[in-house]
Ligand binder design. Sequence first.
Ligand code: MUC
Ligand code: MG
Length: 375
Amino acid sequence: DLGRDLAVASIRSTIVDVPTVRRHKLSSLSVTAQSYVVLEVRLANGVVGVGEAATLGGPRWSEESVEAIKANIDAYLAPALLGLRADCLEVAGARMDAAAKRNSAAKAALETALLDAVGHALGVPAALLMGGIVRDRVPVFWTLASGDPSQEIEEAEGKLAARLHDRFKIKVGAQAPEKDLARLRRLTAALAGRATLIVDANQAWDETMAVRCLPVLAELGVILVEQPLPAWNVAGMARVRGRSTVPLMADECVFTPHDMLAVAQAAAADVVSLKLVKHGGLLGLRKVAAVAEAAGVGLYGGCLLESSIGAAAHLQAFATLRDLGWGCEHFGPQILTDDLAVAPLRFENFHVHLPQGPGIGVELDRDKLRRYARA
Ligand code: MUC
Ligand code: MG
């Protein structure tokens, strides 16, 4: 019987550290390796599903570190799922919420692994279990974040020439605004007419600084500015938005559907960045997307530099959204020196392609998992 077959039998969590091809600098942190918790959920019928929780710079992008994610999964979240039918995803979510507050990256990785396992057991892609696909590829941004404009122009030229990316997100806020604006002037001059540019300040500015910088960004042709103010300052973001001709994107200020509702009610954003680590899973991501849709807020497929495992999970959810007007930024697999999947995701013609196959669509390479596992 299906119920008995799909019962969660065991859950294994592994911390991995994978080097990046260059230093990646955000406003308040920089990384030369990406750390993930990779989960393998085994069902009673022997089918295994995988999931991945991404972090950025330890517990500095959000409050979850890989050490905390693994500890809370092992001690609280995994025990809450043992014996449960893997296809009862809402029940799994409720049990996890009862077992631990927040911990959205940990919960997302577990839900991904359940969905992957169910997909494998039934022989269907995860997207089919969430309404079916609207698209099988998504335009994909690359992030310029070395902080050195000469290197960044060369990197962008390489991506354009290879027809991998023609839209770029530029990280600002690690240096003084005048320096960032000078850097942006160089980048926009070099790439004008050939690339679409957006900017992510990762909460670095205050209201006066944002009001001062945004007209310059507008004049430089930047088409979207992400999280200019601290996550707590939703009212400030609404005021900045009221004075800006460049649309604003909410990132760190929207984790839950309630956050999305508050941002929409405050009229604080034009677009929201959707990420598994914030929304607690694929179902949660779709709930945040639904609130955004109801409020007329545009959708952008965000990332936290996931490997092909986490990126594939996002693509399964993104594939089901009716209008993903702003594309996605799942370039993560390409910034790693190595891939955790047997067959990497396909990047071609400025798009990342939805992998075909059951579950999340990619298979974990267990040799790689062992190679990058933290001792
Ligand atoms: C963020 O804040 O958007 C995503 C891409 C990137 O370069 O940094 C992340 C996090
Ligand atoms: Mg961001």
